[in-house]
Write a protein that binds this ligand. Structure first.
Ligand code: UTP
Length: 259
């Protein structure tokens, strides 16, 4: 059985949730009575992962207080600092010395997914079956593609599992290689760290995780895209956050749907 370390990058600027995020980390935004980070913690716990690396900065200390003091669960949580928000790829790279094993799991705390089986566990299963990287994808509307990393896929090797050919970060509508966007769950070959140390700033002048993944593909390492089961909300944007709250309220309060 593989042992995983989960990296949770939470050192972004959170501009879309400003001015709230100027004082409170957006990972602490409440969805019913729990902060967003609680749903993430439940996902890795239910997946049986106990090695956690949180990437934060000075302004995000409240997340540590919550997971260590309020939750008081027994996971081994380490903290790594990303002093400047230079991009998701850079944030992930800061955690590399804390990771053991040949694969690393990454959960973006902005993306909350209500599902029967935790999405990270759905990815671990595919990764273990094919001995390769696996990433979560979902279909998005044409006018939304410029907000995401969009995958070019070839063969569907089993229902809902595709071979990734390449990834285009935040393309224009006419340049999107498919209608499938990467959502914040990844199980990646540990070679991603070396790849990330070799990339230059890409889209938005930031070090992009997707550029590192493209390097892995160029090295002939396989990545599978998984059309996951679950209802996804990007709680890093106020509109989608409000929908997540409404979803919980409608489904009988979050106790009944917390995974
Ligand atoms: P986002 O693209 O949502 O960026 O990052 P952001 O800075 O958090 O939010 P906006 O765009 O300013 O509103 C996706 C994930 O990557 C992390 C974020 O914390 C988020 O979980 N991230 C991003 C970092 O840890 N460091 C970075 O430099 C950038």
């Amino acid at each position: 059985v593989r042992k995983y370390t989960v990296i949770i990058p939470a050192a972004g600027k959170g501009t879309r949730f400003s001015p709230f995020s100027l004082l409170v980390p957006k990972e602490m935004v409440p969805i019913m009575q729990y902060p967003a980070i609680e749903y993430i913690a439940r996902e890795y716990e239910k997946s049986g992962i106990t090695e956690i690396v949180l990437v934060i900065n000075e302004s995000k200390q409240m997340i540590i207080e919550y997971v260590k003091k309020v939750r008081k669960k027994s996971s081994n949580i380490r903290t790594v600092f990303q002093e400047k928000s230079l991009g998701l790829g850079h944030a992930v790279l800061q955690a590399h010395t804390s990771v053991s094993g040949n694969y690393v799991a990454i959960i973006l705390p902005d993306d909350i997914i209500f599902s029967q089986t935790p999405v990270i566990q759905q990815l671990c299963k595919v990764s273990e079956k094919y001995e390769a990287s696996a990433i979560a994808i979902k279909k998005v509307a044409e006018d939304k593609v410029s907000s995401y990393g969009m995958v070019a896929i070839s063969q569907e090797i089993e229902p809902g599992v595709f071979i990734v050919e390449s990834i285009v970060e935040k393309p224009l509508k006419q340049d999107a290689p498919s209608c499938y966007a990467i959502i914040g769950r990844y199980v990646l070959d540990k070679g991603i760290f070396e790849a990330l140390s070799n990339i230059t700033p890409g889209a938005k002048a930031e070090y992009q995780l997707t550029d590192g993944m493209n390097l892995l593909l160029q090295q002939k390492k396989k990545i599978f895209a998984v059309l996951f089961e679950g209802d996804h909300f990007d709680v890093g944007t106020p509109e989608s956050w409000a929908q997540a709250v409404a979803y919980c309220a409608k489904n009988g309060g979050n106790e009944s749907i917390l995974i």
